[in-house]
Design a protein around this ligand. Structure first.
Ligand SMILES: Nc1ncnc2c1ncn2[C@@H]1O[C@H](COP(=O)(O)OP(=O)(O)OP(=O)(O)O)[C@@H](O)[C@H]1O
Length: 506
């Protein structure tokens, strides 16, 4: 059932204006009786989300709050269609009133962990991403402009030329990385933006500025924003329109942030004056430290009882009925407006070229990728060269050359593992970008293969020319010549080793 939410006093022009806005407006996301179960090897089958119902409207911000482990990220994952394979989901998720998945590019997800390329600067990371994501009709300068403007919006202009950094390489701070992750995902101004802990690692001033800028952008274009948040300051909390308060996967409260205070007061837990309301709500429903309470260090009523009381009170409230109804209460302009196609993106060739360039720069700057292997190959070649120097040309040298070949092949095989950690990091970036619809698998394979070829050629030349290093400087033979003799004249050597070699080489 889809109902019109506009009241009869709405004038025709206002209605037209609303419909006009809807062309670019966000999506109306509703979920009803959403359950997520996980199959745990130790604990068996257990629920993470227990029959949640709620909605997110265009132009508004829904904050998902609750104690650590209550299921905030799982709710975001379920709504974004990114749950792990060991979980089972049931219930309805409606996008603009339809049970359809959003096309790639219409939604973006800023994950809790910052998965970025450590070797790139802020400008490069955002600009490469702009080239990958922004539509082909935008010129390079426009994409650059958008990237720069977004970096400024997130207050990163002072760190624009700083490398992101990562394991073993100090670069940006945790809060700055968080803002780079947000920058990358808001470049395309997605219709629906999921933010998992957007303010973690930020101080209270930075949290306020970041959140207020994201919300301003969302409101300008009536985008839909859902953010899970741990500890918002009073000012940040006031920016949110709606609040979904969870505890152990159950809804303690869903509704407008302004009415939350009234809900807690009416159930006997008023927010003390001068206390941040969000702190009060979280403190009231945090049961992780109930052990202390049982031992007599805390409140008399256990938190579990408080939570049960609030959950039941919410379920029997009028607000609960309204929320159930609002899931289907799609605004007129959103009815059936769900897009089948994703937003227009850059072309396949552009994506391949950008990925090749980005990957080339990354490999060049990442010491562990090729340069470390390159150095080890040289060192090993010198060692093997020392052992096999003056390899000779007698019958036994054939066996020795066989060993050399074995060494070369083994080095190349085993040292290929050296590039594995960097490859794993690349795969994480790829997974994040692919899930957010930045590009496809084919572009990634082409880009990474093309960028690897020069490096692979460069480093494989070293072990393969090991033969030269091996016998250099010998008086009469070079290993390369002898290897050639071995390959083509093995038969001769085995019959008359010394003569055959001398005839060929001298
Ligand atoms: N795929 C999974 N397999 C097993 N357990 C899971 C899985 N996903 C989530 N959980 C469990 O579900 C619970 C909720 O996890 P979730 O990450 O949603 O919590 P959260 O509220 O986001 O926590 P935090 O605020 O600390 O990030 C946790 O106990 C977690 O261990």
């Amino acid at each position: 059932m889809i109902m019109e939410s506009h009241d009869s006093s709405t004038t025709g022009s206002q209605e037209m204006e609303r419909i006009g806005q809807s062309k670019e407006s966000g999506v109306y996301l509703g979920w009803k009786n959403l359950w997520v179960m996980v199959q745990d090897k130790v604990a068996g089958r257990r629920p993470i989300l227990q029959g949640l119902t709620g909605y997110a409207k265009p132009g508004e911000v829904l904050a998902i709050m609750g104690p650590s482990g209550c299921g905030k990220s799982t709710l975001l994952d379920a709504l974004a269609g990114r749950l792990d394979s060991n979980t089972r989901q049931s219930g309805e998720i409606l996008v603009d009133g339809c049970k359809k998945a959003l096309a790639f590019g219409n939604s973006a997800y800023v994950t809790q962990d910052d998965i970025l390329m450590a070797t790139l600067t802020v400008r490069e990371a955002v600009y490469y991403s702009a080239q990958l994501q922004l539509p082909r009709y935008m010129s390079k300068s426009e994409k650059m402009e958008r990237a720069e403007a977004t970096i400024k919006e997130m207050g990163l202009q002072d760190a624009i030329n700083t490398r992101i950094g990562g394991w073993g390489v100090k670069g940006l701070s945790g809060g700055q990385k968080r803002r780079v992750s947000i920058c990358i995902e808001i470049l395309t101004r997605p219709k629906l933006l999921f933010l998992d802990e957007p303010t973690s690692g930020l101080d209270s001033a930075a949290s306020y500025h970041v959140m207020s800028r994201i919300i301003k952008l969302a409101q300008q274009d009536r985008r839909t924003l859902i953010a899970s948040i741990h500890q918002p300051s009073g000012e940040v909390f006031e920016l949110f329109h709606n609040l979904c308060l969870l505890s152990s996967g159950r809804t303690v409260y869903f509704g407008s942030t302004s009415a939350a205070n009234q809900f807690f007061s009416s159930n006997g837990f008023p927010c003390p004056p001068m206390r941040n309301p969000s702190d009060h709500y979280l403190r009231t429903i945090n049961q992780d430290f109930d052990v202390d309470i049982e031992q007599g260090f805390g409140e008399k009523t256990s938190t579990t009882e408080v939570i049960n009381l609030l959950v039941e009170s919410y379920k029997s409230s009028e607000n609960y009925q309204q929320v159930q109804q609002s899931v289907y209460d799609i605004p007129l302009q959103n009815v059936g407006s769900v897009e089948k196609k994703g937003i227009q993106k850059s072309g396949f060739i552009t994506q391949c070229l950008v990925l090749t360039k980005r990957s080339f720069v990354n490999m060049y700057r990442d010491l562990g990728y090729y340069w470390f292997r390159f150095a080890i190959y040289i060192a090993l070649c010198l060692c093997v060269g020392t052992i096999f120097i003056n390899i000779g040309s007698d019958y036994g040298s054939i066996q020795a050359r066989g060993s050399v070949l074995m060494f070369v092949v083994s080095f190349m095989t085993f040292l290929a593992i050296g590039g594995f950690p960097s490859f794993v990091e690349d795969m994480k970036v790829f997974t994040r970008e692919r899930l957010n619809g930045h590009y496809g698998v084919a572009a990634f394979i082409v880009g990474n293969t093309l960028s690897s070829i020069p490096y692979l050629l460069l480093i494989s030349v070293v072990p393969w020319s090991n033969g030269v290093l091996l016998c250099w400087p010998t008086k009469r033979y070079t290993s390369l010549r002898l290897l050639r003799v071995d390959a083509f004249r093995l038969h001769d050597i085995s019959r008359k080793p010394n003569d055959a070699c001398r005839k060929r080489v001298v």
